[in-house]
Design a protein around this ligand. Structure first.
Ligand SMILES: [Zn+2]
Length: 361
């Protein structure tokens, strides 16, 4: 299979064939970012066509960071896309991962990483180990557990790519690009946006996900105990979740049987309905998950009406608070907390207000 040849070029940068092709087609970069060129040879054209398979089945392991593009390449040790999801900081002087590494300490430039990425993503990056001898960045294969390239695993990835295209998704790579783009501009607290993204990329620690990693052997839904707890079950089709969704009278998905995955439901709302609808959709899902975590970790539970109210306030209070000036102070002149401060504290689950140590998100 041609993908195997492309893989050999990637993993053996010093071989003769790599050297010949490199000098002609990708003199400045790595093969994954190579262009087809104006008069490609037959063999190069063939290898080039299999690069998409390689791109979808591999990620970078950070060495000195010089070959890895921060925003375009797959280099994070996270499931799903392996790509950075923090919105780009618009600074074109910092395109490569090496810019995030302090050349003297040979460790991450912590302040820069924290200033550039969303908090949870900064944490992920700062946990990536760096070696003291700053080796070259390396491509690793993700198609199977062993990290070894095999034709069979490449075939699976090629097959999934073809299936994805058949479904009418765009060929530029990520069919959900429009969703990611919109997600970070929604009027929602950062924690809800991060939750929404994790739910869309199958990144929530559901019982089913925990089981598949061998950490537990009980995949059952902790709320209804009737079905395995997948993301779709937890957020959309669990009996309890259905009761919450039924409270949303303008639900664009209707109240009929849930047929779509979470991400497809979000895509549907994105392309057919208004931004507030999408904000409500994510807000409700977040509140459902918040309650589910309460059940799992605190053994307490809200009613479906309370979950609905929580969702409503997380969406509505945030849009009201967007243009609220915090310099007005946290308290009214009579000494009582400002109503918005109060509602936000209630939302955060604080039962007491401690003057002097008041912390807003
Ligand atoms: Zn359930």
């Amino acid at each position: 299979m041609l993908a195997k040849q492309a893989w050999r070029i990637l993993s053996n940068p010093t071989s003769l064939v790599t050297w010949v092709l490199k000098s002609k087609y990708f003199p400045t970069g790595d093969v994954l970012n190579a262009k087809l060129g104006s008069l490609p040879s037959y063999s190069w054209r063939s290898i080039y066509s299999s690069l998409e398979v390689i791109k979808n089945g591999s990620r970078w392991r950070v060495g000195n960071g010089k070959l890895i593009h921060i925003w375009d390449d797959r280099w994070l040790p996270t499931l799903s896309t392996y790509k950075v999801i923090s919105p780009p900081n618009g600074n074109p002087e910092f395109p490569m991962v090496s810019a995030l590494i302090n050349p003297i300490t040979k460790w991450w430039n912590v302040n820069l990483v924290r200033a550039t990425f969303l908090p949870f993503e900064a944490d992920t990056i700062l946990r990536i180990p760096l070696t003291h001898n700053m080796l070259e960045d390396k491509i690793i294969w993700l198609g199977n557990n062993q990290g070894e390239f095999t034709v069979k695993s490449a075939y699976h990835i090629a097959y999934n790519l073809i299936e994805a295209k058949k479904d009418g998704e765009c060929s530029s790579g990520d069919p959900y690009k429009s969703l990611w783009k919109r997600l970070w501009h929604l009027n929602l607290p950062a924690k809800v946006k991060i939750f929404a993204w994790r739910a869309c990329v199958n990144g929530l620690p559901t019982m089913e996900a925990i089981c598949s990693r061998g950490i537990s052997n009980n995949s059952g839904c902790p709320i209804c105990e009737k079905a395995p707890e997948s993301i779709n079950h937890a957020l959309l089709s669990c009996d309890f979740s259905t009761l919450v969704w039924n409270q949303w009278s303008e639900n664009p998905l209707g109240t009929q049987e849930v047929r779509w995955s979470f991400i497809d439901s979000a895509m549907f709302i994105l392309s057919h309905h208004s931004q507030p609808d999408l904000e409500f959709f994510f807000g409700i899902a977040w509140a459902i998950w918040y309650n589910r975590n309460k059940v799992v970790h605190e053994e307490s539970c809200l009613s479906h009406q309370q979950v609905w109210q929580l969702a409503k306030s997380v969406v509505e209070d945030f849009s009201n608070a967007v243009d609220w000036d915090f310099s007005q102070g946290l308290f009214l002149s009579n000494g009582t907390p400002h109503p918005q401060v109060f509602s936000r504290l209630t939302l955060m689950g604080q039962s007491r207000i401690m003057v002097g140590t008041l912390v807003l998100e």
